[in-house]
Ligand binder design. Structure first.
Ligand SMILES: [Zn+2]
Length: 217
């Protein structure tokens, strides 16, 4: 083994704290235990038994819910005998000025397409592991992209924004929230669950084990 190979192998045994860069030996904690950075208390690894199956199940639910939310009514507003029902596309494209079309497209990308892309990438990267098969080529890249997209997935901010807007107009008009609004609200809860279950270092280890033909629990 060359010196470079030895150095690479030695580095693979180390894990860096994502917050303060402190280096630790990469020892996998038992299920329900956590590895915490002693310097800044960031959680480095917190494996949960069966988390891969639950992450994939939640990702499938996110895809189904988002597709359903596109077709179901989002809001129904009634004021002075005038009724208007709108879908999520109507809500995003409600800016009438031409130069705000860019904003509408950005809203749709952030609330629909990025959450859907994240879920699809997770399903692609992790579903072979459930069947005790090696991951697809590109699974590592797919998981990295899904993590990179995490800060840009803004369905919860959208639900919060709509909630605030509804409180403001509730005196002026009768507002009924549609099924799509509730689907988005449930998606917020799913996202919280998924973030709790998704321990990045455990997923990388699970991918490594599957690639090397070792069974994942
Ligand atoms: Zn740290």
């Amino acid at each position: 083994m060359s010196i470079k190979d030895e150095q690479t192998a030695a580095l693979a045994d180390l894990i860096a704290c994502p917050t303060c860069d402190a280096l630790y030996q990469n020892v996998e904690p038992q299920f329900q235990q956590r590895a915490v950075c002693t310097r800044c208390h960031t959680v480095l690894s917190a494996p949960i038994k069966g988390s891969v199956a639950r992450i994939v199940a939640l990702a499938i639910a996110v895809v189904v819910f988002l597709i359903a939310a596109v077709f179901l009514p989002f809001l129904r507003i009634e004021a002075n005998g005038f009724k208007n029902a709108s879908s999520i596309f109507d809500a995003a494209f409600s800016f009438s000025a031409a130069h705000l079309v860019v904003l509408s497209i950005a809203v749709l990308i952030l609330i629909l397409f990025i959450p859907m892309a994240r879920a699809a990438l997770l399903i692609f990267a992790l579903s072979p592991l459930l069947l005790q098969r090696p991951p697809f080529r590109g699974a590592y890249l797919a998981f990295r992209w899904s993590e990179d997209l995490r800060p840009w997935s803004m369905a919860e901010i959208f639900v919060l924004g709509v909630g605030v807007a509804l409180v403001k107009i509730v005196d002026l008009a009768r507002v009924e929230v549609g099924a799509a609004f509730w689907l988005f609200s449930i998606l917020v809860v799913f996202n919280v669950f998924q973030d709790t279950l998704l321990c990045r270092s455990s997923v990388w280890r699970a991918l490594d084990r599957a690639r090397n033909g070792v069974r994942n629990d």
